[in-house]
Design a protein around this ligand. Structure first.
Ligand SMILES: [Cu+2]
Length: 498
């Protein structure tokens, strides 16, 4: 079939070539120059320009009518201004479009070839230059000034009474947070993120729990390392060698090629100063006699022998890679512990402590509600990559950037119920979408926004749990599995372990 089409095309091209030859021959016979075009031909071409222009304009007008109303009415105060700005631009562009195309096709029609007309030489005209420089400048200046005004109105400071809502993005969902009765968001930090605390809200209890959890993990890992058969045997051999060397009255001690210690000080220089650097024997002071040291080392050898002989069922045998992974994890947990220990609170103007202001915060998923006609100050945060909070019906969009909170304010003007009537769609809901292609499930990043009366909004908010339900009782169950905050923070290093 395809071969057939190809054949037809080739034959067609050959036919056109032959026809051209015939035409050329006939022109030569009739004594006409081949490039000479009759007056009738020229007029027909000129008229076709006009026909094309009319068709072009008609199709553009059709597109405007059919698709010009692409969005539902704006449902926010600034949305009206933004739509005005958009329309203003569109009307200017439309006017210029019709003018320029009318001149283009009109001139092609008007100045079609006429052998009796002599072309005018018209290289330059100051007045024309002035007109087509000044008019576009003025129009552009108007557009830019109008645009800046609208932008400033949209992104300016919110009033002090404005409702505050935090919108938090992560791959791949949205979380909203209300500041609760105290009107202030709790301080947050990514080191405290757990499945039950997706925003990493800091509270004193949260810090304590996180520290306890980390201590527990470190203890488990260190216990594993203390019961590793290879490490124990190596330590025993080292101690035995050390004792033998000391018996000969010299020595260069303290090398620990298993990296099993966190004490970096191996005082090798002084012969009288022994530091074997084992955790369990850490911090031996200087100035001990050799016999003291020998006793300590022999004691440890006895201890190891005891473990090897009597606790064989508890011994672990790990590969070098597994040992290294556990040692790395201990170090990472220590860094994590350090970061949490360094968290500092601050006081709000009201005297409220920032570690306390998160207790009554309300964290919601799936949908969030706002009262109609009231100004809302949005704060955006992101956990992982740049997302974009896009609320098309409110004509609002803002990037959410990890580490850099962003914001804007808006005042919703149409309730969800009213919009359902306007659009004649009982299932309509306002949405918050992600508008940055942020990963595999980007398409799924959606949250409903419900606009309702003040009373309805308050009733809904009343039902949302505070972050810490009771004074001193974390909302997270105590036996929640290890939150593995390091998956979030140090995903790259986790990959090494598995
Ligand atoms: Cu996203």
């Amino acid at each position: 079939m395809q071969l057939l089409i190809l054949l037809v095309v080739i034959v067609g091209i050959v036919a056109i070539g032959q026809l051209a030859k015939v035409y050329e021959l006939s022109s030569r016979l009739s004594g006409r120059r081949e490039e000479e075009i009759t007056h009738a031909d020229t007029r027909m071409n000129a008229n076709l320009w006009l026909v094309f222009m009319v068709g072009f304009f008609a199709s553009v007008i059709y597109l405007y009518v059919a698709y010009g109303d692409y969005a539902p009415p704006p449902a926010s105060e600034h949305g009206v201004a933004l739509d005005w700005l958009m329309s203003f631009n569109i009307w200017i562009i439309t006017a210029v479009f019709f003018l320029v195309n009318f001149l283009l096709f009109g001139f092609a029609y008007k100045y079609a070839y006429d052998k009796n007309r002599k072309a005018t030489f018209f290289p330059h005209d100051n007045r024309l230059e002035l007109i087509w420089t000044v008019i576009p400048s003025i129009v552009l200046a108007v557009i830019i000034i109008y645009g800046l005004q609208t932008w400033n109105a949209m992104t300016g400071d919110a009033s002090a009474e404005a409702l505050k809502v935090e919108v938090y993005s992560k791959q791949f969902d949205w979380t909203a947070r209300y500041p609760g009765k105290d009107g202030e968001f709790g301080q947050s930090n990514y080191n405290l993120i757990t499945p039950m605390n997706p925003l990493g809200i800091i509270t004193s209890e949260g810090v304590e729990d996180a520290m306890a959890e980390i201590e527990q993990q470190i203890a488990t890992l260190e216990n594993d390392l203390a019961m590793e058969k290879g490490l124990l045997l190596a330590e025993r051999a080292r101690l035995a060698a050390s004792i033998a060397t000391d018996d000969h009255g010299h020595g260069d001690h303290g090398h620990d090629d298993h990296g099993h210690d966190d004490h970096a000080d191996h005082g090798d220089d002084d012969h009288a100063d022994h530091d074997h650097g084992h955790d369990d024997h850490a911090d031996h002071d200087h100035g001990h006699g050799t016999s003291d040291w020998k006793a300590v080392m022999e004691e440890r050898i006895a201890e190891i022998d005891h473990i090897l002989a009597h606790n064989a069922d508890q011994l672990l045998i790990l590969t070098d890679a597994q040992i290294e992974a556990k040692q790395d994890k201990v170090k990472r947990l220590m860094r994590h512990r350090q970061r949490i220990a360094e968290l500092e609170s601050f006081s709000f103007e009201s005297g409220l402590n920032s570690f306390d202001s998160g207790r009554d915060d309300q964290v919601v998923k799936g949908e969030f509600h706002l009262p109609v006609g009231e100004e809302v100050e949005f704060v955006f945060r992101s956990r992982d990559v740049i997302h974009s909070a896009f609320m098309p019906h409110f004509r609002a969009q803002m990037n959410t950037v990890p580490g850099v909170p962003t914001r804007f304010k808006m005042t919703p003007t149409i309730t969800t119920d009213s919009m359902r009537v306007i659009l004649d769609d009982p299932d309509f809901n306002y949405v918050l979408l992600c508008n940055k292609v942020c990963g595999a499930a980007h398409f799924n990043m959606k949250m409903d926004v419900i606009i309702e009366s003040r009373e309805e909004y308050e009733a809904w908010l009343e039902q949302q749990d505070a972050f810490l339900v009771d004074e001193g009782a974390p909302s997270a169950p105590e036996n929640e599995p290890a939150p593995s905050a390091d998956v979030v923070i140090e995903g790259g290093e986790m990959a090494m372990i598995h």
